[in-house]
Design a binder for this molecule. Structure first.
Ligand code: MOS
Length: 778
């Protein structure tokens, strides 16, 4: 659609009755009643049977044989699939064509069960399909697999690990060097070096990975899958299976969290599809909790060293960031921590480098603010260290180094309210009462510390299409192939549609989660809200343009013979701009002329691809390419109080404030939940979460929720969450920036800085300066 035709539809946007309101989740009732169908719950499919993985206990080796004599004799066993009888795949992410087409849709280029080699512990070696789950599990236990084991490498810390600088892959992408950071650092009056080690973390969504594959014909399959990304999972499947796109359908109506592990497709999905083909029945596979530690990626174990040079007054002169981490035998993936070090503060020089070591682990992946979350830990702990050395308050040093434009690109910000986040957060927390002396506040046997940190998360460019059918009886069907992680996509898009169409939210039916619907952005990288809301808003404008054209040619219409450009839609009324009394509800028009429904379709852009003339919807003054001329980020500030038990060394978070500036907030209730979730992840990462890998066996030893500790209610205090109202003129038609991930960035550092404030007096400054790793996560 051409939006220049009638840019005054922008008015529709401002008449918001429900956008921004704390509307309760419209999917909430279905969820608590057990009526929401998750991927593993399509149990009514005719002839549905169950599959389980048999996995390797050893991390490196070669399969020399299978003994299935006992397993296959069990009742109900329908098939045992191994690399010896796997139906062929047209492509994999490792074949040249597959690599070209689906490398981004699949984080791991290796597909297990195609050959005899074992690369990581937990690697699937067989799929057992049976009539019941119990029969499949029993058969898996009886299946004997002979593996010749070799000595694995567990991590970059292994003495036999070989470090290398990646030349390609995500790990090779570090921000461009600015100036001469080494030289600036060596001359800086104040120098500090901070080293932090981070252990492996796992996403652990409540809902494990699950797939049901249903071949409806020999060349046609529907896949119910726990995916955050309908479109890329769809593509990965049709490319791997060698089928036309229309012959593969991917469905996901509800997700029980994902946090990045459901963002790209993992091998279990296509292997379940293969199993279904093998037995000629619909097959369900649900990963067990232990299998969740070796099937859908993790945040890699890593070490960061940040060297900071500054003036005596605390102004930054140099930032040098080094990262070393573990990767898989095939892929060069490392989360890009240095991006946020590059952009968070004004600093004339910057340099970053990355080293990897291959080990016998699967490929790590995006997790809860990938890059920015651990990167902000290093940066924000270093800022507190610097503040301490130069005798400044932690907020003062951040204001002193505030970046008025993006230091990395030199571009102005599309919007930035970080200062307001500090101010509001300080106010809500009572920061002015902070004891400037570290290690000096006691409460009983506990030392009390107050810390804060900044957060930022970039707008990742995306686009997506939405379709609306508006009916003469006043209801609307709204469709986009998005997913709702549980964070509120159903609800916020319903709100946006209601306001854009001028109808109550109860009259909106929003459908998502199906590759048969218009293609849109993944629910990842905090893209979904901005992309889907904008496309729905624009699709509504398409509806209005069509209806206005009808209205001006209908002789009974109050706007008969008006120029379309002189007619506007306000709250579902088509009326003259110059005289609002000359108009009528769209339902009146449609019913009178016997028009049952009208369809609108539009593509919304999020980020720098969003440009004029669409920008005119958001601001009358935006020029073409204004969007691309800006650096786009959400910002946040987090405040934390801890109490440290001086006898036991235990840490409790006792107070928390988060303030977030992320453009227009579509729903204050779901937004608040998301910010609380992000903060809780940060507290978990700082104090509790961590996967333990046996250094000799390269096996995870705490692969369960009993042993991998995530925060529970008792660990979390009452949280205060606030938002700064922002009007971002460049990011998209709705002025929405991402919220999910900026909620976690900086949170671990806020905890660490609070501990630093509580106990710092007892630290040896010289040892810390030598890079002895005073802070660590996990
Ligand atoms: Mo997120 S880590 O982009 O799902």
């Amino acid at each position: 659609m051409d939006l220049t035709e009638n840019p005054t539809f922008a008015n529709q946007r401002s008449s918001s009755d429900v956008v921004g309101k704390p509307m309760v989740r419209i999917d909430g009732r279905a969820k608590v009643m057990g009526a929401a169908t998750y991927s593993a719950e399509y149990n009514q499919l005719p002839g549905l049977v169950h599959a389980v993985f048999k996995t390797s206990d050893v991390a490196k080796g070669r399969i020399t044989g299978f003994d299935d004599s006992e397993a296959k004799r069990l009742p109900g066993v329908l098939g045992i699939l191994t690399h010896l009888n796997m139906p062929p795949l047209a492509q994999t992410p490792a074949t040249p064509e597959g690599k070209k087409k689906i490398a981004l849709a699949m984080q791991m280029s290796f597909t297990p069960m195609l050959a005899d080699q074992i690369f990581y512990a937990g690697q699937p070696v067989a799929i057992i399909i049976a009539d019941t789950l119990e029969h499949a599990q029993h058969a898996a236990a009886l299946l004997k697999v002979s593996i010749v084991a070799e000595q694995p490498v567990a991590s970059y810390q292994d003495a036999r690990a070989e470090l290398f600088a990646p030349k390609d892959g995500a790990a090779a992408q570090v921000p461009a060097k600015r100036g001469y950071a080494q030289e600036a650092f060596s001359k800086a009056p104040v120098q500090l070096t901070l080293t932090c080690q981070h252990v492996t973390n796992h996403h652990n969504p409540m809902e494990p990975g699950a797939t049901i594959a249903h071949w409806e014909a020999a060349d046609r399959v529907t896949v119910y899958d726990t995916t955050q990304a309908i479109a890329s999972t769809h593509k990965a499947l049709y490319v791997m299976l060698g089928l036309p796109p229309d012959n593969v359908r991917v469905v996901n109506k509800y997700l029980g969290g994902g946090f990045g592990c459901k963002l790209t497709m993992w091998p279990h999905t296509v292997l379940t599809v293969q199993a279904a083909k093998f037995v000629g029945r619909p097959v369900k596979l649900v990963l067990t909790r232990p299998q969740m530690f070796t099937s859908m990626g993790h945040r890699e174990d890593q070490e960061q060293t940040l060297r900071v040079g500054a003036t005596k007054e605390g102004k930054l002169l140099a930032l040098l960031h080094e990262k070393t981490s573990t990767t898989s035998p095939w892929d060069n993936y490392a989360e890009m921590n240095s991006k946020i070090v590059d952009m968070l503060y004004a600093c004339p020089t910057f340099e970053a480098s990355v080293k990897l070591a291959r080990a016998n682990v699967m490929t790590s992946t995006y997790m809860r603010g990938p890059g920015e979350a651990p990167g902000s830990f290093a940066m924000e702990c270093a800022m507190d260290d610097l503040a301490y050395r130069v005798g400044l308050d932690p907020i003062a040093i951040r204001l002193l180094n505030h970046a008025d434009k993006d230091p990395g690109t030199g571009k102005p910000w599309s919007s930035k309210s970080l200062k307001q986040c500090y101010e509001r957060g300080a106010d809500l927390f009572g920061w002015s009462k902070r004891n400037p002396k570290n290690g000096a506040t006691r409460q009983g046997n506990n030392l009390v510390g107050w810390g804060m940190a900044s957060g930022s998360y970039p707008v990742h460019d995306a686009q997506g299409t939405a379709r609306i059918r508006l009916f003469a009886d006043g209801h609307a069907l709204v469709q986009a192939g998005a997913t709702d992680l549980g964070t509120g996509t159903y609800t916020i898009i319903t709100q946006v549609a209601a306001d854009s169409l001028g109808i109550p939210p109860e009259k909106v039916h929003f459908e998502l989660g199906d590759s048969a619907l218009p293609t849109t952005a993944m629910s990842g990288g905090s893209r979904a809200a901005g992309t889907v809301s904008s496309s729905v808003f624009l699709a509504a404008q398409d509806v209005w343009q069509k209806l206005i054209k009808v209205a001006v040619t209908d002789q009974h219409s109050p706007v008969y013979k008006a120029k379309p450009a002189d007619v506007e839609a306000v709250n579902g009324r088509l009326q003259l701009k110059t005289d609002s009394t000359k108009g009528e509800a769209f339902t009146t028009l449609m019913q009178r002329i016997g028009l049952d429904d009208v369809e609108g379709v539009a593509t919304g852009h999020y980020g720098s691809s969003y440009e004029s003339p669409k920008a005119t919807l958001n601001t009358p003054n935006a020029k073409k390419d204004d969007a691309a001329g800006h650096s786009m980020h959400s910002f946040s500030a987090h405040f934390c109080e801890v109490q440290v038990d001086t006898d036991l060394g235990t840490v409790h978070v006792t107070r928390w404030v988060s303030v977030v500036a992320a453009g227009r907030i579509l729903n204050s209730r779901t937004a608040r939940s998301q910010v609380m979730g992000g903060s809780i992840f940060g507290i978990g990462a700082a104090l509790m979460e961590g996967t333990v890998c046996d250094p000799h066996l390269a096996r995870y030893t705490n692969a369960s929720l009993a042993d991998y500790h995530v925060c529970v209610n008792a660990d979390i205090p009452e949280m205060i969450v606030a938002f700064i109202d922002e009007e971002d003129r460049y990011v998209n038609a709705m002025g929405v920036k991402g919220l999910g991930e900026v909620s976690i960035v900086g949170t671990s550092a806020a905890v660490s800085n609070a501990i630093f404030h509580a106990i710092r007096a007892s630290f040896d400054l010289a040892a810390h300066n030598a890079g002895q790793g005073a802070e660590s996560v996990g």
